[in-house]
Structure formats: structure tokens, C-alpha cells
Design a protein around this ligand. Structure first.
Ligand SMILES: C[S@@+](CC[C@H](N)C(=O)[O-])C[C@H]1O[C@@H](n2cnc3c(N)ncnc32)[C@H](O)[C@@H]1O
Length: 241
């Protein structure tokens, strides 16, 4: 939005507001818009998809306040912030292996929560390699998994499908790299702008999921039935001589 003098107004929750927060942090930490690096022999190049890409995603997949979004390789958190501002997601969780990129996401998170206390508890970032998270339930509440996977090996891509299979309520898996896997159903390929040029993202749904333990509601029902049976049987046994 601009005023009559052509000056961009930083209205809250707009892309311009978000971009300005990210720009300030990036220059403070000397992170470039395209930032190739290596860690433990793996390429961990940083770049971002544009806000426009995320807007399209939100529209196409009808992402909203019931969604819990995971970004595996969250960089400075741009996708999670944009989803929060534009889709009002229930929760956004990012995993980033490089410390200074994670620091940026966490600093921006603090500023956003200061300005919008209603977002408290809705954003989490972890400075972690998502491949080393062994707790198989860690991602279980995801409804959307996004991954900027251009540099990922086939092995990592397969691991992401394994993670997705454990999410009972997963609606979509979104990946920048096409993922040919027997458990994935192709939904569509979308093209948009990224910090390194034009890119596209691929949307998948899952064919099969790993069935977890019985859901707590049916367990509760079973316990109630047992209790009821006990209540009926105890007085009966007392009356029998
Ligand atoms: C291209 S950036 C994407 C940033 C943002 N998610 C986006 O799409 O706009 C990819 C990020 O994934 C991180 N990354 C790569 N492998 C990772 C892993 N195994 N665990 C956590 N982060 C990883 C890189 O350090 C990099 O910052």
C-alpha cells in the first residue's frame, strides 16, 4: 500500500512488513538472499520462495485456521510467518539446521509476538536436522508438510515420505523437488518466483498411512464400558449367597 507521495506504508501483517523484518535481520547476520553452504558433507543452500508462491499455495490448498504446517528446512521462517499472517494457520513449526538462519527466524518470531501477542504459542522454530529426529511421533500432528527440497538426496526424500506416512491428518506434502514414490499421489505442479529465479513446487497427497495405536476416544469408551460392567457386577455378586 502507498500514500499520495508514493511512500510504501508498513501496514501490519502485509508482505512489506514481513519483508522488512526479514531484510533487517538478514543484513544484521550477513546472510545473502542466495546463500550456498555445506554442513556434514551436505549442501544446505539457503534461498526463499516468494510470498506470492505462498499466497498461491494457501489459495489452491485452502490452507486455514485448522492447519498445522511443518517446514522441513525453514531457513529464516518466511513460509511459516506468511502462512500465519495470510492463512491464520493454527500452528507453524520450522526445523533449520544452520544456526544463524534459525537465529533470524527466532528473532523475527519474538518481534512478531511482541507486536501481535495473539500469535503467542502459534510459531515454533528448532535449530535441528529434521533427519536426526528419532521420535516417530514428532511430526504426527501435521496437516501440511512443506519442504524446500531442491538439494535433498533420494534418501532424504524417502525419509520425508516416511515422516508424512505417520501423520494421520496430513492433507498435503509440498516439495520443491518432484518426488516419485509409490506412496505419493501427484496433485499438481505450480510455478512461481523464488529468490534464485523461477521455481516450481509439487503437491502430493498420501496413498497409505501408518496406523498408530487406537485413538484415545475409543480407549475412553472401552474404559467406560468396563467401569459400567464392574458397577453392574459388584452389586450382583454381593446379593448372591
Ligand atoms: C532453500 S532454504 C528454504 C527456506 C524456506 N523454507 C523457503 O522455502 O522459502 C532450505 C533450508 O533448508 C535447510 N536444511 C537443509 N537440510 C536440512 C535438514 N536436514 N534439517 C534442517 N534444515 C535443513 C538449509 O539450511 C536451508 O536453510
Amino acid at each position: 500500500m502507498m500514500n499520495d507521495q508514493g511512500v510504501v506504508l508498513m501496514t501490519p501483517r502485509t508482505d512489506a512488513y514481513l519483508d522488512s523484518l526479514i531484510e533487517t535481520q538478514l543484513s544484521a547476520q550477513t546472510i545473502y538472499k542466495v546463500d550456498p553452504r555445506e554442513t556434514n558433507g551436505e549442501r544446505v543452500t539457503y534461498g526463499t520462495i516468494s510470498n506470492q508462491c505462498v499466497t498461491n499455495m494457501i489459495k489452491i490448498l485452502n490452507i486455514g485456521d485448522k492447519d498445522i504446517v511443518y517446514d522441513l528446512g525453514s531457513g529464516v521462517g518466511n513460509l511459516i510467518f506468511k502462512m500465519l499472517f495470510s492463512a491464520g494457520i493454527r500452528k507453524g513449526i520450522g526445523f533449520e539446521v544452520i544456526k544463524d538462519r534459525y537465529n533470524v527466524s527466532n528473532n523475527i518470531k519474538k518481534q512478531i509476538i511482541m507486536n501481535y501477542p495473539e500469535f503467542h504459542g502459534k510459531i515454533e522454530f528448532y535449530n535441528a536436522n529434521f533427519k536426526t529426529i528419532l521420535d516417530s511421533n514428532r511430526f504426527a500432528d501435521a496437516t501440511i508438510i512443506y519442504t524446500s527440497s531442491l538439494m535433498f538426496t533420494d534418501e532424504t526424500m524417502n525419509l520425508i515420505v516416511e515422516i508424512a506416512k505417520r501423520c494421520r491428518n496430513l492433507r498435503y506434502l509440498i516439495s520443491l523437488k518432484a518426488n516419485i514414490h509409490p506412496n505419493l499421489e501427484f496433485h499438481s505442479r505450480q510455478s512461481c518466483a523464488c529468490s534464485w529465479g523461477r521455481c516450481c513446487y509439487y503437491i502430493y497427497t498420501l496413498k497409505h498411512r501408518v496406523e498408530g495405536p487406537a485413538c484415545p476416544r475409543s480407549l475412553l469408551l472401552l474404559l467406560l464400558l468396563l467401569l459400567l460392567a464392574c458397577l453392574l457386577l459388584v452389586p450382583l455378586s454381593l446379593t448372591v449367597p
